[in-house]
Design a protein around this ligand. Structure first.
Ligand code: ADP
Ligand code: ASP
Ligand code: MG
Length: 409
């Protein structure tokens, strides 16, 4: 007997026909003694459509973050009920459970919640009754029982965390691509599919924008040491295994992949005093509001006047909140101006192999220069290099960098 967790993303359950096809596939592949837990996302673009509805009421609906969660959690509830009805229609026992019913406990940070505990007692009980258990991804509840969502793409995290808590034998993420590629295959036509990738490198790819997996889900995989199989909903081909160590592929590649993120915004606070405590006053105010700040550059504008410019990036979804906070702090600091640029994007290379391998950054900058792309901000981590560029040049930038590190054979 095996306990298997299978997650199906929005495009995999985008219509009733697709939901029916998923149910048939699960039943065809299920051995009689297998226990199956499904985690599903909202149908197709439902989450985007719900956000658009909220924006019809207020252009900044995330200020009402609890109500956003009340709204967004409905998307996944539609798909769990329909998928469960599909199993029943096909003559199989199944039951749907919301995140809270499945025991997914979160903190109270609405729209960006983190799982703090999982008590899947009800899931076990329903499995023991012979049900296929269909759980709503992306959601849990806090101490008050209020609904909390886990950030965009959060169903991946629900699935991997639940697989860990249930001590599942396997965790499969079914999606609209057949694995993890060396770059987003929608942007780079000759991107290469990986047979496997480590948690370490996948986490960095995901953090830097490779939307195929939510970063937290990879952290969960590492925490529970559960291998994650990313594969296609529409074929039976083997996909990519995300695991602790490489087992079969050559390990001596320098760069594992190119990631990009269009959903970023650049903020420049111009002419703040160049004194101790200035960075603290800006970034502590943002931290208090749970805004994640990414690239940060401080440059000297005018040595004589001892003022400086502070430039940083945030996720586009945090921009309106960030602007309000930064305007307030900039006023207190008597800054000259706060400028916002939305037409920016971040392109990154990722690979544990760059450690102790000089010249990688120069090759990346060379590829950008070849594509006539100007670099606005650079940041690095142990296993990645990121450049902020104009959003309009993203496609050329990603393709040029990919061609440099993954030349066609
Ligand atoms: P789901 O709805 O199944 O959760 P997502 O849209 O969240 O699917 O994730 C799948 C998408 O991730 C793919 O369609 C692809 O465009 C994108 N993607 C970005 N980077 C990569 C990558 N390196 N490898 C594979 N897919 C990627
Ligand atoms: N439906 C949610 C979203 O679109 C969660 C998910 O798909 O993983 O972000
Ligand atoms: Mg997703």
């Amino acid at each position: 007997m095996a306990l298997i967790v299978k997650k199906f993303g929005g495009s995999s359950v985008g219509s009733v026909e697709k939901i029916m096809a998923v149910a048939k596939r699960i039943i065809d592949e299920k051995k009689a003694e297998d226990k199956v837990v499904m985690v599903v996302s909202a149908m197709g673009d439902t989450t985007d459509d719900l956000i658009a509805l909220a924006k019809g009421i207020n252009k900044d609906p995330y200020q009402y973050s609890r109500e956003m969660d009340m709204l967004l959690t409905t998307g996944e509830q539609v798909s769990i009920s329909l998928l469960t009805m599909a199993f029943k229609t096909l003559g199989h026992k199944a039951v749907s459970l919301t995140g809270p019913l499945a025991g997914m406990k979160t903190n109270s940070v609405h729209t960006k919640g983190k799982l703090v505990d999982i008590k899947p007692k009800r899931v076990h009980e329903e499995l023991d009754k012979g049900n296929i258990v269909v759980v709503a991804g992306f959601q849990g509840c806090d101490e008050l029982g209020d609904p909390v969502t886990l950030g965009r793409g959060g169903s991946d995290t629900s699935a991997v965390a639940l697989a860990g808590a249930l001590k599942a034998d396997s965790c499969e993420i079914f999606t609209d691509v057949d694995g993890v590629y060396s770059a987003d295959p929608r942007i780079v036509k000759d991107a290469r599919k990986m047979k496997e990738i480590t948690y370490y490198e996948m986490l960095e790819m995901a953090r830097l924008g490779a939307g195929v997996m939510q970063p937290r889900s990879v952290e969960m995989g590492k925490y529970f040491n559960i291998p994650i199989h990313v594969r296609s909903t529409f074929t039976t081909k083997t996909g990519t295994m995300i695991r602790e160590e490489y087992t079969m592929e050559e390990k001596d590649f320098v760069i594992r992949g190119v990631a990009h993120d269009e959903k970023v915004a650049k903020i420049a606070v111009l002419g703040v005093p160049n004194n101790p405590g200035i960075a603290y006053s800006i970034f502590s105010a943002l931290a208090e509001a749970n805004v994640d700040v990414d690239m940060i550059v401080q440059s000297i504008r005018n040595i004589e006047k001892n003022v400086t410019d502070m430039v940083f990036t945030v996720a586009s979804s945090d921009l309106s909140q960030t602007k309000k906070i930064v305007d307030r702090v900039a006023d207190q600091l008597q800054a000259i101006a706060v400028l916002v640029e939305e037409d920016v994007a971040k392109v990154s290379i990722v690979g544990a192999g760059m450690l102790g391998n000089p010249g990688i950054a120069a090759r990346m900058f060379g590829a950008l220069s070849k594509a006539a792309v100007n670099i606005e901000v650079i940041s690095t981590s142990e296993i990645s290099i990121s450049c902020l560029i104009k959003g309009a040049q993203l496609k050329e930038a990603v393709n040029s960098i990919h061609a440099e590190f993954f030349p066609q054979k």
